[in-house]
Design a protein around this ligand. Structure first.
Ligand SMILES: Cc1cc2nc3c(=O)[nH]c(=O)nc-3n(C[C@H](O)[C@H](O)[C@H](O)COP(=O)(O)OP(=O)(O)OC[C@H]3O[C@@H](n4cnc5c(N)ncnc54)[C@H](O)[C@@H]3O)c2cc1C
Ligand SMILES: *[C@@H]1O[C@H](CO)[C@@H](O)[C@H](O)[C@H]1NC(C)=O
Length: 516
C-alpha cells in the first residue's frame, strides 16, 4: 500500500449494496464488509443501502445525471478489481459525464476537513474535502481571508481544480491561483506532491483540468489579512429588479458592459433572469452589485446610480461583512439553493455556460428572449433562471494564461442559462425523460445563440465547473492546452480512471468512461 497511512486513516468509507451480477460474485454485501472491513483504517465505516445514513452520504445537490454509487475503498483495491471510483466533497458537481459512473465506489472526502495556518500567516493547509464555508469561517475568526467560491456549500477542492471564481479574485486572482502545492493520490495509488518545483506539469494541469488527474487530499493555499483589503471587513450590496423586456435587457447590460473597466477589484455584478411571482408575474432581471466597502462608497454609488436611473420595479440594499454576502446572494449553507434536494426532492438543474470576453448585446437579448419563450412554454421549467456573472478580473488577467490549464482566464462575463425542473419523480423514482430531453435541447439552442454572438466578440469557453457535458474539449480546456493535457493523462492516468468529470480523451482506450 503506497497511499500513506495518514490519508487512509482520514478517508471515511461508505458502501452500498452492489447490483447483482455486476461485480464478481465475491462482492456480496457480506463479501465487501469482510474483505474491506479488515483493510479499512480506524474511523472509516461501511454503510449499506437501506441502512441509516446511506441517503445523506450519497445525496447530491441536484438529481439530473447522478453517479450510481456502490461502495468506497482505497484506489488500489478498486483498480485491482476493476471497479470505478469517484471522489465526493460537496456533491455539487452536475455534468452529464457523471452518469457514466456505474455501480462504482464513492470516496467520501468530507472526513478530510482540517485546516491550519502556516507560522508566517501567508498560507494555510486545507483538507481535500472542505466546503467553502468551513474555510471562510475559520480564517475570518483569525482576521484572514482567501479566494473561495461564493457558495458556502460547494466543495472547495473541486472549485480549485476547475480554476474557480470568487469575490476576492479581483484582488488576488482565481481560487486556482492561490494554490502553492497539492498532495494528490494518482491512479496507480501513489501519493505525490504537485507544486512549481515537484511534478510541475501535474501542478499546471491541476489548476483548471484537475478533476482528470487524481484525488487531492490536501492543498497548500495562499491566505491574506482582512485588513489588507481596502474595504476591510465591510461589504455592501444592492439588488434591483427590472422587467425582462428586450429593451431593458439591452439597457441593463449596456451599463454592465460600460463598467467592465471601471468596476473596482472588490466588486462583482451578478444577475438572474427569472420569474418571481412575488415581484411580478412576468420575468424579471434581478441585478446585484456586491462590493467590499460601505454603501456610501463614492465609486459604488456612481456605478449603481446608472441602474437606479432605469427606474427599477424595486430595489433593496444591505450592508454587513463578508460573512453576509453568501446569504444576500442566496447561496448560504442554510438557504434554498444549498438545500435544493431538501426543498424540492428530485429537482434537476442543467446549466449551459458560455464564458465571454465582453458582451455581445444582440446575442444576449436574443438568448434571453428565447430563454423566456421556451421556459414559459413548459410549466415545469418555471423555476429556471439565466445567470450573468461579471466578476472583477484585474489580478486574474495579470497572470499569464499559459501558466495553468485554466482556459477562460480572459473571460470577463459568465453567462449560464439554467433549466430547473423535476428531473426525477419522487413517488416512483422514475426519471422525467421527456423533460430531461427538452431541457437539453432548449438549453443548447439558447447556448448556441450566445456562442455565435461571442464569435464576433473574441470567442468563448465553457467553465468546466458549470458545464452540462456536451461542450467540446476545446471549449472546456482551450484549443492550445488540450494536447498537453492529453499527454499528461498518458503519464498520470493512462487507464483513464479519472474520466467522469469533463473527461479529457486520452489516446489510450479507456478503463474509465470518457464518452458522453
Ligand atoms: C449553488 C452553486 C454555487 C456555485 N458557486 C460557485 C462559485 O461561487 N464559484 C465557483 O467557482 N464555482 C461555483 N459553483 C460550481 C462548483 O465549482 C462545482 O459545482 C463543483 O463541482 C463543486 O464541487 P463539489 O465538491 O461540491 O462537488 P462534487 O460533486 O463532490 O465534486 C465535483 C467533482 O470534483 C471531484 N472532486 C471533489 N473533491 C475532490 C478532491 N478532493 N480531489 C479530486 N477530485 C475531487 C469529484 O469527483 C467530481 O468529479 C457552484 C455550483 C453550485 C451548484
Ligand atoms: C505511478 O505513476 C507515476 C507517474 O506516471 C510514476 O512516476 C510512478 O513510478 C508510478 N508508480 C508505480 C508504483 O507504478
Amino acid at each position: 500500500m503506497i497511499v500513506t497511512r495518514a490519508i487512509r486513516c482520514s478517508l471515511l468509507v461508505w458502501c452500498a449494496r452492489p447490483v447483482a451480477g455486476a461485480w464478481d460474485a465475491r462482492y456480496t454485501e457480506t463479501g465487501i464488509v469482510n474483505e474491506l472491513g479488515s483493510r479499512l483504517s480506524e474511523g472509516a465505516g461501511i454503510v449499506l443501502k437501506g441502512e441509516d445514513g446511506f441517503k445523506e452520504k450519497t445525496e447530491r445537490w441536484q438529481s439530473w445525471k447522478s453517479p450510481d454509487v456502490a461502495a468506497v475503498v482505497d484506489i488500489r483495491y478498486a483498480n485491482a478489481n476493476n471497479i470505478p471510483f469517484l471522489a465526493k466533497s460537496g456533491g455539487h458537481g452536475a455534468i452529464s459525464s457523471l452518469v457514466k459512473f456505474k455501480n462504482g465506489i464513492q470516496i467520501n472526502m468530507r472526513g478530510l476537513n482540517s485546516i491550519s495556518i502556516a507560522k508566517d500567516g501567508s498560507s494555510a493547509t486545507l483538507g481535500g474535502g472542505m466546503k467553502g464555508k468551513e474555510i471562510i469561517d475559520f480564517l475570518w475568526a483569525r482576521e484572514k481571508q482567501t479566494v473561495t467560491g461564493v457558495c458556502e456549500c460547494t466543495g472547495h477542492t473541486a472549485v480549485v481544480l476547475g480554476g474557480g471564481h470568487g469575490l476576492l479574485q479581483g484582488f488576488h486572482g482565481l481560487p486556482s491561483d492561490q494554490l502553492l502545492s497539492a498532495r494528490i493520490v494518482i491512479a496507480n495509488s501513489t501519493a505525490l506532491t504537485a507544486s512549481p518545483t515537484e511534478n510541475s506539469d501535474l501542478f499546471w494541469a491541476l489548476r483548471g483540468a484537475g478533476h482528470n488527474f487524481g484525488i487531492v487530499t490536501s492543498l497548500q493555499y495562499k491566505i491574506y489579512d482582512i485588513d489588507g483589503h481596502p474595504g476591510g471587513k465591510t461589504w455592501s450590496y444592492k439588488a434591483l429588479a427590472f422587467p425582462a423586456t428586450p429593451e431593458n435587457v439591452r439597457k441593463v447590460y449596456s451599463i454592465a458592459e460600460s463598467q467592465l473597466d471601471k468596476q473596482p477589484e472588490g466588486m462583482m455584478q451578478y444577475s438572474l433572469v427569472m420569474t418571481n411571482p412575488q415581484v411580478s408575474p412576468d420575468p424579471i432581471i434581478l441585478h446585484h452589485v456586491v462590493w467590499n466597502g460601505p454603501l456610501t462608497s463614492p465609486l459604488a454609488t456612481r456605478l449603481t446610480k446608472a441602474y437606479h436611473e432605469l427606474k427599477p420595479l424595486g430595489a433593496t440594499q444591505e450592508t454587513g461583512t463578508y460573512l453576509d454576502v453568501a446569504r444576500w446572494m442566496q447561496v448560504d449553507a442554510d438557504g434554498t439553493v444549498c438545500n435544493t434536494q431538501k426543498m424540492l426532492p428530485g429537482a434537476g438543474v442543467i446549466r449551459f455556460p458560455v464564458d465571454v470576453k465582453t458582451y455581445h448585446l444582440d446575442a444576449l437579448v436574443a438568448s434571453i428572449e428565447k430563454f423566456i419563450k421556451l421556459t414559459k412554454s413548459v410549466a415545469e421549467f418555471s423555476g429556471s433562471f439565466m445567470m450573468v456573472e461579471q466578476y472583477s478580473t484585474h489580478t486574474v488577467r495579470d497572470i499569464a494564461a499559459k501558466d495553468s490549464a485554466f482556459a477562460s482566464r480572459d473571460a470577463r462575463v459568465l453567462i449560464s442559462p439554467a433549466f430547473f425542473y423535476p428531473s426525477v419523480v419522487v413517488e416512483s423514482g422514475e426519471r422525467n425523460k421527456a423533460l430531461d430531453k427538452m431541457a437539453l435541447q432548449y438549453g443548447q439552442e439558447i447556448r448556441k445563440i450566445l456562442v455565435e454572438g461571442a464569435k464576433k466578440s473574441g470567442g468563448s469557453h465553457a467553465y468546466v465547473n458549470y458545464a452540462f457535458g456536451g461542450e467540446s474539449e476545446k471549449e472546456l480546456y482551450g484549443r492550445d492546452k488540450i494536447e498537453k493535457l492529453r499527454m499528461l493523462k498518458r503519464v498520470y492516468d493512462p487507464e483513464n480512471r479519472f474520466g467522469f468529470y469533463g473527461p479529457i480523451k486520452s489516446a489510450k482506450k479507456s478503463k474509465g468512461h470518457n464518452e458522453l
